[in-house]
Structure formats: structure tokens, C-alpha cells
Design a protein around this ligand. Sequence first.
Ligand code: TA6
Length: 301
Amino acid sequence: MTTLSALNDRYAIAGQVTFEAEPNGLVLAKVRNPHASAQICLQGAQVIQWAPLNEHPVIWLSKAAKFMPGKSVRGGVPVCWPWFGPHASDTRFPAHGYARTVEWDVIETAALADGRTLLVFRLRESAPTREQWPHDTPLECRITVGDTLEIELSTKNNTDSTVTITEALHTYFEIGDIGKVSIAGLEDTEYLDKVDGGQRKLQHGPVTIAGEVDRVYLDTRAEVFIEDLELQRKIHISKRGSDSTVVWNPWQAKADKMGDLGEAGFRRMVCVESGNAAENTVTIAPGEEHLLWVSYRVERD
Ligand code: TA6
């Protein structure tokens, strides 16, 4: 267990990276550089804040988020791994896997020559994680903070047989108002509609949201754009190593039941998640590595 002072001694970067403890004991990495500011919770290696310099925050964090050990913080970029959605067979295990609810260790920080900041985390395995996932498949997350935000999730298969995972970077984006947003890039793409019994449907035109939306778009490697009329900006979402894109907004009724989305929080967020879900499973051969990478960028009108 690394103490806060040991963490800062080894990985803090003067004027750029410090580590601070939250009241409930969670530790945050606080990043500031000439391009942007960000905060990353060591539990889950979860980005909970990112704003390019002079830009409105791009990653949304619920005003009612609970920073509790063992519970994913509502908002930011939760890492869903080594499964997406409910566990295939054991209801004891958490939805979206355990990666977002356990401690990760810092293994590297660096001030890059171009002014951006790199932070690398490794999931800390334990008896509870091995009970849920008895495979030697180290998980690392590389986060590069600049006027773009890059996140790369690396799964290495150190076993002598293939392993199969599903996963996602479950990103909550901050928007001006859910009624004034459209999502482009998924046109003519098949999706599973989880609000309509998981039925297979085809996307016609851009995605707009006027009620609960929970869709897994399949076999798509497309760049996606959130066009935000209220904030007069476009968020570009690029990805590699991902065949699925999930679009989710709980709308009012489900948001009220969740209890940590905050008053009308559902109107200020939309999840566009890059991953490999449903039938888009990832099979990793012995000794191989699978990378899931995203890059987020803001374009102003
Ligand atoms: O990605 C969409 C989704 O699977 C929704 O069905 C909803 O459950 C959401 O994730 C949030 O899940 P969470 O476990 O974070 O409350």
C-alpha cells in the first residue's frame, strides 16, 4: 500500500502532477500543464475531470458523485473490464467488471516534451479480483493529458491459452443540454436497443436523444462527433481497437432511481463509450496484447 507521501515523492512532477487524498480516502492525481487540467482517481484509474485550457469541461462528473472505496464514481471515464454489462454467469459479480472499483498502482508519470503529461496505471490484482477473473492478464492504462485526451487500455495475455474479454471506456461527456445535441458518425450502423428488449435496429441519420437511450452499436470503428448546439462546440471521439460504440442517457426516471446523477444531471451528460461489447468480443492469444485506444478533441464553431 503506497502512502500519499511516498506516491508524491516518487511520481509527483513539480507544477504539473500532485497526488491528494479525498475525505473518503480515495486518492486523486491532479494534473495541470500548459494545455489542460485533469483529475484521475487512482481507484479505477478513472479520469474524473478534463478541460483543455480556456475550454469548458469536456468530461462530466456528477454533482452527486460519491467518492466511496469500492464504488465507481459517477461520471468521468469508468473502465469497464474484463466484461461489459452483467457478468455472463455469476450475479455476485459487478456489472461492467471490477476494474473500475479496485485500486490501481501508478507505474509511471512523465512531463512530455510537447507539454502534455503522461500517467500510467496498473490494476492491482488481489484474491477478490482473481476469484472473479482467474487469469494472468495484467491491465494497464496510459493517460495522456493535453488539448486532446488520450487513453489507452492494454490487456496482456500471460497465460498459455486464449482469453476472451469485453470492455469499454464508459465516458461521460459534458454537454449544454441533452435536447440540443446530436451524435454523428453512427449512421447506417446496426445497434442493439437495450431500451427495446435488445432488438437489432439500423441507425438512420445522426443520434438525437429525447428519452432514455441505451444502444450498443456493433462492428463500427468510426470516429464519432457530439455536436453541441448549446455550448457551440463539437467533441471528436476517435478510437482504435474498438468495434463497438455505446450511446447512453438514462433520462429522468432512471436517473432519479440511480441516486448519484444529481438534480437534472441527465440533461448535462451523454455517454459515448468506445469498447468491445455484446458479440464484439476480443479474443487474445497466449503471449499477445490487446490495446483499446481513444482520443478526445474539442472543435469550436
Ligand atoms: O453503458 C450503458 C450501461 O450499460 C447502461 O445500461 C447503464 O447500466 C449504464 O451502463 C451505467 O451503469 P452503472 O453500472 O455505471 O450504473
